[in-house]
Ligand binder design. Structure first.
Ligand code: TIU
Length: 230
């Protein structure tokens, strides 16, 4: 018997062969600054309730992933308190009165160590799960994510989190160029803009899966239940 068979996941544009042990769950930026009122997302004028539907599916998937003993990694967008990693172009973007680094209702907006920059309690990382603090939208830019994936022998990513067309899409494009196969459970990613969410998903799976595959967390969890827990 093959010691490490792939698990076939129902997906678009065609089924995804998940390799246990070589596939990591990458949860992007499920932070209070994006999902709760008063954070960066709300400051940009967005309706944060649009993102909150992703919390429960992410919670279920993360629990199933942990039960398998597979690697889960979390990211947080944010900057150093001295703003030395915040390009002025990003600081002033949007021309809002309050910008990144300024005081907000959950501490300084998008600053590492502030309550708002941390991950929501529902999806809080376990002690053994790497947390990647990233200054950009993509999770590979100016981080040690690729090094960590290499040390774990990871070649595939299940990517979840927010927002579909910004940090999730940026990360998948970066990952795809680095040779990672990316699978996205559509119910576990979300956008402030439903039309960008739909288009963001379509862009990934179009042209024969130009950036990756789209599935639903039900398909993924069902397939994981079939193999049982290790
Ligand atoms: N504004 C928006 O849609 N997203 C971000 O600024 N960051 C992430 O997507 N995490």
């Amino acid at each position: 018997m093959n010691a490490n068979p792939t698990i076939e996941i129902d997906a678009q544009p065609y089924s995804f062969g998940l390799s246990p042990g070589r596939c990591a769950l990458l949860v992007i930026d499920m932070q209070r600054d994006f999902l709760e009122p008063g954070g960066f997302g709300a400051m940009l004028g967005n309706d944060v309730s649009q993102l909150r539907r992703t919390i429960e599916p992410n919670r279920r998937l993360l629990a199933a992933w942990r039960a398998q003993g597979w690697l889960a990694i979390h990211t947080r967008e944010g900057h150093r308190p001295d703003l030395s990693d915040l390009p002025p172009a990003k600081k002033i973007r949007g021309r809002t009165q309050t910008t990144i680094g300024d005081a907000g209702p959950m501490g300084r907006i998008l600053i590492r160590g502030e309550p708002g920059q941390d991950i929501i309690p529902e999806l809080y990382p376990a002690a053994n799960e790497p947390v990647i603090d990233k200054p950009g939208k993509g999770a590979f830019y100016a981080t040690d994510l690729q090094l960590i994936l290499q040390q774990h022998g990871i070649s595939q990513l299940v990517v979840t989190g927010v927002t579909t067309e910004v940090c999730v899409n940026s990360t998948i494009r970066e990952a795809n160029d680095r040779g990672y196969e990316c699978l996205v459970p559509e119910d576990c990613v979300g956008s402030y803009f439903p039309e960008f969410h739909r288009a963001g998903l379509k862009m990934i799976a179009a042209q024969g899966g130009i950036f990756g595959w789209i599935t639903h967390s039900d398909h993924l969890i069902k397939a994981m239940n079939v193999i049982g827990t290790s």
